[in-house]
Design a protein around this ligand. Structure first.
Ligand code: PEP
Length: 250
């Protein structure tokens, strides 16, 4: 019922030639996989080149962030409308690296999500607790605050354009993955929060991805969990073979 999503977050990697090499290696390895929503999120500077390279492949194009205003005197920002204009269908919002290194608050994340949905983009909305928060028993409080803060003011119809990504901060880029049980427990909790905020139907249809050191070796057990609908992938999305293996496992 919920179509799996495998999304590659390229972070601050890949010049144009490198990005084109990656997608040209990837496309033949995943062709015909129409039962998985495959998304790649390059840096802003190569989005247009990647768009041209993946045209007709069925791969969706995402940006890694956006601003909430449509246009104006906001030096250095990129608006959802501009992302849509350049061919993006998706945008990642609230990644933990943005929260951690650029002080993005739940309120800022909320403004970005609303603007992006308003521009017709599908948002990959990232949430997740730090190691300290997990070890102090605050995981569910943190997730609940991030879900309600990030989705404030939204209505059920908006949620058709939202994919949630649960990414425990301690598992991102560390090689340390949440266990299948830890991940499933968090996903089920997030789904219950979505149900409380909206309704059971929205909760049943929203896709919730796991992110945090997902690799070909661990995706099988994660994706087999009832509330895990795919993965947001950093490191393993940077090589055609490993990313294709994730798509083909989904
Ligand atoms: C990410 O960037 O969202 C991520 C999950 O990274 P990694 O797969 O490298 O842990």
């Amino acid at each position: 019922m919920r179509k799996p999503v495998i999304a590659g977050n390229w972070k601050l990697y890949k010049t144009a030639p490198e990005a084109l090499e990656l997608v040209s290696g990837l496309m033949p390895l995943i062709s015909g996989r129409s039962n998985v929503e495959v998304v790649v999120a390059p840096v802003f500077t190569v989005i247009d080149r990647v768009r041209a390279a993946i045209a007709g492949s069925g791969i969706f194009l995402a940006a890694q962030d956006c601003f909430w205003e449509e246009e104006g005197a906001f030096t250095g920002e990129v608006s959802p409308k501009m992302l849509a204009d350049v061919g993006c269908s998706h945008v990642i919002v609230g990644h933990s690296e943005r929260r951690q290194f650029f002080a993005e608050s739940d309120a800022a994340v909320n403004k970005k999500i609303r603007a992006a949905v308003g521009a017709g983009l599908t948002v990959i909305f990232c949430i997740g607790e730090t190691l300290e928060e997990r070890e102090s028993g605050n995981t569910f409080n943190v997730l609940s605050g991030q879900v309600s803060g990030g989705l404030e003011g939204m209505v059920p119809a908006d949620m058709e354009k939202v994919i949630v990504a649960y990414e425990p901060v301690w598992a991102i880029g560390t090689g340390r993955t949440a266990s299948e049980t830890q991940a499933q427990e968090a996903h089920a909790f997030i789904r219950s929060q979505v149900s409380k905020l909206f309704n059971a139907e929205v909760a049943q249809s929203v896709r919730i991805l796991y992110g945090g050191s997902v690799k070909p070796e661990n995706i099988g057990g994660l994706i087999a969990q009832p509330d895990i609908d795919g993965a947001l992938v950093g490191g393993a999305s940077l090589k055609p073979d490993s990313f294709a293996a994730l798509v083909n496992a989904a």
